[in-house]
Write a protein that binds this ligand. Structure first.
Ligand code: UN1
Length: 496
């Protein structure tokens, strides 16, 4: 593969048909060009989807244990290359090295877990109403799965989507974010090394608004799987509805940590720091709201702000750095505008609120960890997903009020409560409206063997990972076999 030949179609690395490229920059040093990548368009998408469609015939009839073995092998290759891939990721999208290793580890875990699905039950049998009739239901693949993935988990998210699709016999066209194409290229190279046959996984790099949109429209695609903003997801869902196409979307979040008056405050502060500022707040599970019982609010706030002051912002590959850069200039400007508008709406700036400008920050997109207080549910900052190192403190008068505030956004991904009470633990689990609920734990840190996804505007009902990871890309086939050797017609619901 040479510079610019980053599309992988039918087992061959190639340039975009038109030869166009785009550059990828290091967000901690925008002078540093990381590489040139194919800027694909409809023609490239057509080639990739056609290759995936052709490969489907053979792949769907490859025995599932053999498909699973390739995924297990992919896990071994990822493990052997974990350090290199983590470095590439830190450079390309700016998460600190320790977290980049975690991102790769999620994909390794997923490969080990899903690889074994090749030998697990893929359906069930039940008794028929009729004598000498065998009934069973089995899962079958749907065909070509189009995947549009974000830059913030550039290895883990393609792994969540891809391994379940492959083990169940689907083929894939991946369109990674234009902010993290290099890691996607490495990931696909490893899949080829693991033994994924030509055409089974195809990669098209390029701009979301161009090639992503083309992929959604491509005639031979059976299902679209998207992770990204709610606005883009909404557009994709509308297009898929008109095309009669299946779609699975993982979108925004406005996650919260509730700190009750009986909480272990030291633990809650640590959890809040990690949830709010891990991955520079650029996780869909980031806690952008801290809802604190009024009796402990000032104590919690003091402790929290002391912890925020000790956070180190800098190059993500340096030891001791807690917070890396924001992904790009546009995102950084947007984050700052949210802060300015929050303050003019009446929020108090408790910490941060500025772009970092010292010599070590001069060519990167660095923003201070920022905390806003006196925030109420009616403010924009309490409702919108910011996707940056910003969190807000909201005061709750009691347990019920805290639950109401937590549920007061359009999103439902990850909600957490810190309490020592068993009753409040289980009431919170019951009443919090989200796909992920944590007790005495941060809002980030989902494990791959549980379902991942959210309610309301976070998702469209699908879950990634976990036992049902392949639901989005499989159909159920119900089968009825009459082995009676009798010429008598026996009708269900009528003759028995
Ligand atoms: C995301 O931010 O899109 O629970 C995924 C977590 C990670 C996954 C986050 N395991 O934060």
């Amino acid at each position: 593969m040479h510079n610019g030949a980053t599309n992988y179609i039918d087992g061959v690395w190639r340039e975009a048909v038109d030869g166009k490229t785009f550059t990828s920059l290091d967000p901690s040093d925008r002078q540093h060009v990381l590489g040139n990548y194919a800027r694909s368009d409809t023609k490239d998408v057509t080639l990739a989807v056609e290759a995936a469609h052709r490969a489907y015939r053979l792949w769907r009839t490859t025995p599932a244990p053999a498909r699973g073995a390739i995924i297990t092998r992919m896990g071994e290759i990822l493990a052997a290359n974990k350090e290199d891939l983590a470095h590439q990721m830190s450079r390309e999208m700016g998460k600190v090295l320790v977290e980049a290793r975690g991102d790769v580890q999620e994909a390794i875990d997923m490969a080990r877990y899903i690889g074994a699905f090749g030998r697990m039950p893929d359906g069930y049998t039940v008794a028929s109403e009729r004598p000498d009739v065998e009934c069973f239901a089995r899962r079958v693949p749907v065909g070509v799965v189009a995947m549009i993935t974000p830059w913030n988990f550039p290895v883990a998210i393609p792994a969540w989507k891809m391994f379940p699709a492959l083990v169940t016999g689907n083929t894939v066209v991946l369109k990674p974010s234009e902010e993290a194409p290099g890691v996607a290229v490495s990931f696909v190279q490893m899949l080829a090394e693991a033994g994924v046959p030509a055409g089974v996984v195809n990669l098209v790099t390029g701009m979301g608004a161009e090639v992503g949109a083309d992929l959604v429209e491509a005639p031979l695609v059976s299902v679209v799987s998207f992770t990204g903003s709610t606005a883009t997801g909404q557009t994709i869902m509308e297009r898929c509805a008109s095309l009669g196409r299946r779609v699975s979307c993982e979108m925004g979040g406005k996650n919260a940590i509730i700190v009750l008056d009986d909480a272990d405050l030291d633990l809650a502060v640590k959890g809040a720091i990690w949830s709010a500022f891990g991955t520079t707040g650029q996780r869909c599970t980031a806690a952008s709201r801290l809802i604190v019982h009024r009796d402990v609010c000032s104590k919690f706030t003091d402790q929290f702000l002391r912890a925020v002051q000790s956070l180190v912002v800098g190059s993500p590959i340096h030891d001791g750095v807690d917070i890396g850069p924001v992904i790009n200039e546009r995102q950084l400007a947007g984050i700052h505008e949210y802060v300015v508008r929050a303050v003019s709406a009446g929020a108090t700036l408790l910490y941060g609120g500025n772009r970092l400008r010292g010599p070590e920050y001069s060519s990167g997109c660095f923003y201070e960890p920022t905390v806003l207080g006196a925030v109420t549910t009616d403010m924009e900052i309490a409702q919108m997903e910011v996707f940056g190192p910003i969190t807000v403190i909201m005061e709750a008068s009691n347990f019920e009020h805290a639950i109401d505030i937590a549920n007061s956004t359009e999103y439902g991904l990850s909600l957490s409560v810190y309490t020592r009470s068993t009753a409040r633990t289980f009431r919170a689990i019951e009443y919090l409206d989200a796909g992920l609920i944590y007790v005495n734990l941060p809002t980030s840190g989902a494990e791959i063997h549980l379902p991942f996804g959210g309610t309301r505007k976070t998702g469209n009902g699908h879950r990634e990972a976990g036992l049902h990871a392949a639901d989005y890309c499989t159909e159920w086939k119900a089968c009825y076999v009459n082995y009676s050797e009798s010429s008598t017609l026996v009708r269900a619901q009528i003759d028995v």
